[in-house]
Write a protein of this length. Structure first.
Length: 378
């Protein structure tokens, strides 16, 4: 009985550990790198925002912000006024324990809809955009046991975008195949390593089909589910990365035409870069360190506009966002850090103020707000 209770409380335990790190942990390293010359703004949202995403919801050419609220089971939409400032958030019901999030045109009408994984309810919610940034219809589907993330790709090659969701207590990935006009198949579940927390759809072996990568929090394994080209994932490869794996992102960091992987380890303090050899195998890992103990989300952006993708990481133990500059030779330099709110949990990238530079927005789990960091690099 005790073991069963513990299994169901694990996702909440992870979040509470992040909160404790954010409130109680002080980095033990030397004086951090001075902040880059930028500016920021903060917007209050609902309680415990976790996943943040950006895109033009109302068709005015400006990137808006959407963020999930785990406690409220809702998503908040912040529309961009056109100058990098945002309107008051509008809240929409998604489902119990809203966690993962993606923006995608799922019904083919030309505007971005919102897809949410509801960890507590075990559902996937589709919130359809009216076209002006107002979400007026919601459809929910059973997803599995404790779904945490959402990733999107055309898995079966029919030019329609499908949805994949990792189920922490599965352990499985649920794939929903797009049947057109906002309709999806019932979930098809594919086995993963234990406790899959994050998922990413990416073509790792350059065969034109999107594979699925999941992070196994307890085992420290990165699990790659290989797409057979028809949207099925019977073959798997596990890679030992470290411990306490959280998020996974991809980008062509060395400009060799293949997608490399970036994995965060939220207790060990490491961010691991896995360079792709081009065939789905990986070269020696590169470890990056923020100086804190809670890096829980990483993404890539081009800070200086030099064509090299840099790495941005939020660390819940320090309340900073760190930028590792891509040196172009496979190495990275800790270049900058920015203040966030308390307990930064996730990042999204967009040019929010229209100056041609990649800006960053962060969802802060503890302080219940969003920090927008503007890139003023010359």
């Amino acid at each position: 009985m005790t073991k069963d209770i513990t299994r169901w409380l694990l996702p909440s335990t992870f979040v509470m550990v992040l909160v404790m790190l954010a409130l109680l942990t002080t980095p033990t390293t030397t004086q951090p790198v001075p902040p880059f010359n930028g500016s920021s703004a903060t917007y209050d949202v609902l309680e415990n925002p976790f996943t943040i995403a950006s895109g033009d919801l109302n068709g005015n050419g400006n990137a808006d912000i959407v963020v999930t609220s785990h406690v409220e089971g809702m998503v908040s939409v912040l529309l961009n006024r056109g100058d990098g400032t945002f309107s008051e958030p509008v809240h929409y019901s998604a489902g119990g324990g809203s966690f993962g999030l993606a923006l995608v045109d799922i019904d083919g009408d030309g505007d971005l809809d919102v897809v949410v994984a509801n960890q507590a309810a075990g559902t996937l919610s589709l919130l359809f955009n009216r076209g002006d940034g107002i979400l007026e219809t919601r459809t929910s589907m059973p997803a599995g046991s404790s779904p945490h993330a959402v990733t999107i790709a055309d898995f079966n090659g029919n030019s329609l975008l499908d949805i994949a969701v990792p189920n922490f207590h599965g352990p499985t990935v649920s794939v929903f195949y797009n049947l057109r006009d906002g309709n999806f198949s019932e979930r098809e579940a594919f086995p993963t390593q234990e406790t899959p927390l994050a998922a990413l759809a990416v073509d790792l072996n350059n065969n034109g089909a999107a594979d699925i990568v999941t992070t196994s929090h307890f085992t420290g394994l990165l699990d790659i589910l290989w797409n057979d080209g028809a949207g099925s994932f019977a073959s798997r490869t596990a890679i030992q990365v470290g411990e306490s794996l959280w998020s996974v992102a991809s980008a062509d960091l060395n400009r060799n035409g293949t997608q490399d992987l970036i994995v965060t380890q939220d207790f060990s303090g490491a961010v691991v870069v896995l360079p792709n050899n081009g065939d789905g195998s990986f070269g020696p890992a590169v470890e990056l360190h923020t100086g804190g103990e809670g890096p829980c989300w990483a993404t890539t952006f081009d800070m200086y506009g030099d064509g090299l993708l840099d790495i941005a990481v939020v660390d819940a133990s320090t309340d900073y966002l760190y930028v590792f500059l891509n040196m172009g030779d496979g190495s990275f330099l800790l270049e900058a850090q920015f203040d966030t709110g308390e307990g930064p949990a996730s990042i999204t990238v967009a040019d929010f103020n229209g100056n041609g530079r990649d800006d960053l927005a962060v969802a802060n789990w503890v302080s219940n707000d969003v920090t927008v960091i503007f890139n003023t690099a010359s």
